[in-house]
Design a protein around this ligand. Structure first.
Ligand SMILES: [Zn+2]
Length: 162
């Protein structure tokens, strides 16, 4: 039987949408909150080859036919959750992130079909997490907000939706 492991954060709108689709179809999965402990984040990065954005979906984890799906559209497609194909990352936007620890500024790409709850600062090397209820580091530290926040106005109220 196929197993499904999803690496998520509680604030990620794409993760919520993916899980809602699985729930709707009564498909069982195991959810891993990468903000809950360092091990889950480390596992996600190992499995995905270093991805810092969620959701990361792993089919048949540890088996010979293990498959790792990055972001929302690929997971939806592989799990056949939607009739029509979900749109892929189109025009990725870039923003400047300012490290809250050392003030180092760096450019980051804002994905449109996944959520970036962490990044590694190029200045101090710290793993910087999104603040509080923010869904991603762009909401917390960038000069531009993520597309979900732009669309709904506020992600802190749980309004992040696709
Ligand atoms: Zn820094």
């Amino acid at each position: 039987m196929q197993t499904i492991d999803i690496y998520t954060t509680p604030q990620c709108g794409f993760c919520k949408a993916l899980k809602a689709k699985l729930d709707e179809k009564k498909i069982a999965y195991t959810s891993h909150d990468v903000t809950a402990n360092e091990k889950e984040l480390a596992d996600m990065r190992t499995l995905s080859g270093g991805a810092m954005s969620v959701p990361v979906t792993v089919l048949n984890k540890g088996a010979e036919d293990q498959q790792v799906l990055l972001g929302y559209p690929d997971a939806v497609k592989a799990l056949k959750l939607e009739e029509k194909e979900a749109s892929k990352d189109e025009q990725k936007d870039t923003a400047t992130l300012t490290c809250p620890k050392c003030g180092h500024k760096q450019k980051g790409e804002i994905p449109t079909t996944s959520c970036v709850p962490f990044y590694i600062c190029g200045g101090c090397g710290e793993t910087i997490k999104a603040q509080g209820e923010d869904c991603c580091v762009f909401c917390s530290y960038a000069d531009k907000q993520c597309p979900l926040k732009k669309k709904d106005g506020d992600c802190s109220s749980g309004a992040c939706k696709i």
